[in-house]
Design a protein around this ligand. Sequence first.
Ligand SMILES: Nc1ncnc2c1ncn2[C@@H]1O[C@H](COP(=O)(O)OP(=O)(O)OP(=O)(O)O)[C@@H](O)[C@H]1O
Ligand SMILES: [Mg+2]
Length: 499
Amino acid sequence: MTPLVALRGIDKSFAGIHALSGVSFDVRPGEVHAMVGENGAGKSTLMRVMGGELRPDAGSVEVGGEAVRLTGPTDAIRRGISIIHQEMALAPDLSVAENIFLGELPARIGWGRLNTQAKELIARLGFDISPRATVSDLSVAHQQVVEIAKALSRRARVIVFDEPTAVLSMGDAKRLLEIIRGLRREGVGIVYISHRLDEIYAIADRISVLKDGRNVDTVTPDAVPVDQLIRMMVGRPLSQLFGEKPHTTVGEELLRVENLALPNGVAGVSFSLRRGEVVGLGGLVGSGRTEVARAIFGADPISSGTITLRGENYRPRSPKQAVRHGIALVPEDRKGQGVVLDLAIRKNATMANTGPVTRLGFFSGGKERSVVRGLIDDLRIKLGDMGDPVSSLSGGNQQKVVLAKWFHAGGDVVILDEPTRGVDVGAKTEIYSLIHRMAAEGKAVLVISSEHAELFGLCDRVLVMGEGRLRGELLPPDYSEENLLMLSMTSGAEERARA
Ligand SMILES: Nc1ncnc2c1ncn2[C@@H]1O[C@H](COP(=O)(O)OP(=O)(O)OP(=O)(O)O)[C@@H](O)[C@H]1O
Ligand SMILES: [Mg+2]
C-alpha cells in the first residue's frame, strides 16, 4: 500500500543540537501510527518537517508516493497534512467558526453559512459547541475539538496528534480516542504521539520508537510488551516506575486547612499535611483540586476558612509571600505560569530562589551554573546550552525546567500540580524519586494528578475531591480506580442522606 506520507532519511540540526539523524517514518491510509520516545527524542521536530514548518537539512518527503518539496505549512495543508500541536495554536480571541476557517475564509460565503458548516464539522466529532463562542472561553478539551474540526475542514488525509491528551481529563481523553477511531475508519492516516503508553497500546496499529534523533524500530503492539517498549525508548531497563519509598518518619504538622471556601464554589475543604508525607489530591478534572492549590499559594483569593502554617495562623496574600513562607507550587499550566519562554534555561531554573527560606541564598554566576547543572542531570533535561531560551526545549523538557525551578526553591510545603504531564517514562521515575527525597528531607508534599496509578504508586494517602468538596480520603489498602471515582462522584445529596 502506498503510504499517504513518507519521510525518508531526514536530518535536522539546530544550532548545537543534532535533532534528527536519518529518520524515516510513514503513514498509511486508515492506520494509527504511534510515535514514542523520551523528551527531546525528536518527535515534534519530525512532525514539523512533515507539516512543512521546518525544512530538513537532508532527506526526502513523499506525498502519495511522489517526492515533494514542502514550501511551508500552507503547502502541507493543501496536500492534506494537518498537525494538531503539542502547544495549542488557536487564535484565542476569535470565534470557533473563525478559527476553523481561518486562512481560507472565502469572501463570498456569509457568516451564517460558515457557522452552519462549523457546527456540522463539530457534530461529526460528536460534540455540540457553539460556532459563535470565543475560543478562549472553551475548555481545553473543546479547544482541541475545534482544532480537529479545523483539520477536517481542510480535508486532511493525514492528521498528526502531538501529545493531545496531556492536557485532557481521563473522560475527555477516552472521547478523543473514540474520535480518532472514527477518523481511522474514514481512511484518515493518524500519527499519534504520547507518553501515555496505555493509550498507545489501546489505539496504535504500529509503533515507531525514536531515540536521540534516530529510528530505533517500528513494531506492532501485540508483538512487543510494554516493558520491552520502554527499554527501547530509554535504552535501559526501568526496574520500577515508582521505586521504593524510603522509610520516613512522619513528623509534625506543617499545614492545616480548615473549612476552606473560595469564591468559585469550592467549600468545606479541610485537611492537613505533615513532615515526611506525600499526600495525593485526586478527583476528576474540574473538581477543584487546582483551585485549592492556588488559594493556599496565594494566587487566588479565599472567601473563608483558616490555614495554619507550622502552628501559626496563615493568611495567603500572594505567591511571593507564599514562597517566603516556604510554600512552593509547581503549576499545571507550564506555558502560562511555569516558565518564561524567552528567558535562559538557567535563569528559569533559579527564578523562584529569592527569599530567606532558600538555603542556597543568592548565587554568583558560577554557583548558579553548578546548582542548575545538578538538577539538569537529576532530571535528565536534554539541552544544548543553559543560556539558551526555554522555548528551544522540547515540550517535556520545558516541564522539567519548571520542576527544577521549584525543587530548587526550597520551602517545606511543596504542592505539585500534574508534575509528570508530558514527561517521558524515564524522567517520571526520576521525578518520583525526587519527590520521595523531598519527603525524606522532612518536607510535606501534596501531589495533584489525573493519573490514578501515579497517585497510588507515589502517595501515603489520597484525598479525593468532587464538585468543589473534599469527599474523603483513601488509604493504601483501599487504593483502586473504582474507589477513587466512586468517592469523587458521590453526590452531596447522597452524602447528606447517609448522614
Ligand atoms: N527551535 C529549536 N531550537 C533549538 N533546538 C530545538 C528547537 N526545536 C527543537 N530543538 C531541540 O531538538 C531536540 C528534539 O526536540 P523535540 O521537540 O522534537 O523533542 P520531542 O521528542 O518532541 O520531546 P517531548 O516529548 O519533550 O515533546 C531537543 O533537544 C530540542 O531541544
Ligand atoms: Mg514534543
